[in-house]
Design a binder for this molecule. Structure first.
Ligand code: HSE
Length: 295
């Protein structure tokens, strides 16, 4: 028996929605898993060669953890072919896709018939926040709050381009979180959360100009993290006039400009020529989440 599990990439935060807002994008981790004698992970895409091929692989670790949670002490062994076009450690949710894939793998192999709510709770508990895992599971935009219990709203998004500007270097989330302040004054947090509130309203109304304005006013993470990204200000200046807004995707280092198709058609070549060392990817929202098919 074999299964194909396809998990979309994500971008998180969208400015001030720190650890809370995320959107699924049309890049995918795809697993083809078939029952086998022992566990084996086979990377088929460029850039995946360093991923472990044995039980130390994050996907197995998560599947095993889910199995334990439901009273099993092992997951039936599989040979898993992995393909992915999601850049690793660039702020596009690659580890969240592995977490979601691991949950889905345990679900099919052990016939757990997990509900969407259960998958969301498990994935969020592993990650600590829902902003990447929830859109990977559900597609579209998910706005969530987690304090050992998850509350969330799903908002599909149409007709918006997410132009990813991807540096050639990796940035680990732990490093990007280490530059954030440990405390925040009451006054600052009231200001910062009002920016997030308007951002959410703008997303729900599809008011991308307003969302773009709010992205610039984020106080939760971008002002601290941008120093880690060479050319952050210059790139923002370059595209800002023409796009709705620019934000740091998740913990970075990828930056994303929100734009419409017309602008991309007019300007992309010019921007690419100005910063050829960056990879420029025109992405769309994936409004469907993970899919699992038995073949
Ligand atoms: N919200 C997270 C962060 C995303 O910005 O650190 C990466 O896990």
């Amino acid at each position: 028996m074999s299964w194909v599990i396809r998990v979309p990439a994500t971008t998180a935060n969208l400015g001030a929605g720190f650890d809370s807002i995320g959107v699924a994008l049309n890049l995918y981790l795809t697993l083809e898993a078939e029952l086998s004698e022992e566990w084996e992970f086979i990377p088929l895409s460029d850039g995946m060669d360093d991923l472990p091929s044995d039980k130390t692989n994050l996907i197995y670790q998560i599947a095993f953890q889910v199995a334990n949670q439901f009273g099993y002490n092992e997951v039936p062994a599989c040979r898993v072919k992995m393909t992915s076009d999601i850049p690793l450690a660039r702020g596009l949710g690659s580890s969240a896709t592995a977490i979601v894939a691991g949950i889905e793998l345990a679900n099919v192999l052990l016939k757990l018939t997990l509900t969407t709510e259960q998958k969301l709770e498990i994935a969020t508990a592993v990650e600590g926040h829902p902003d990447n895992v929830a859109p990977s599971l559900l597609g579209g935009c998910v706005i969530g709050h987690y304090d050992n219990e998850l509350n969330w709203i799903h908002v599909p998004i149409h007709d918006l381009i997410f132009l990813a500007i991807i540096p050639s270097f990796e940035l680990k989330t732990t490093e990007a979180r280490s530059v954030l302040p440990a405390t925040f004054s009451y006054k600052e947090s009231v200001q910062a959360s009002s920016v997030a509130n308007v951002s959410v309203a703008a997303i729900c109304q599809g008011n991308w100009e307003l969302l773009g304005e709010m992205m610039e006013k984020d106080r939760f993470h971008q002002p601290y993290r941008k120093a880690l990204i060479p050319h952050y200000d210059a790139l923002t200046e370059l595209v800002k006039e023409d796009v709705y807004g620019v934000f740091l995707s998740g913990a970075g280092p990828t930056m994303i400009a929100l734009a419409n198709e017309e602008i991309i058609n007019q300007k992309l070549e010019q921007w690419k020529n100005a910063y050829p060392a960056f990879q420029w990817l025109t992405l769309q929202v994936e409004n469907n989440g993970v899919t699992v098919n038995e073949i």
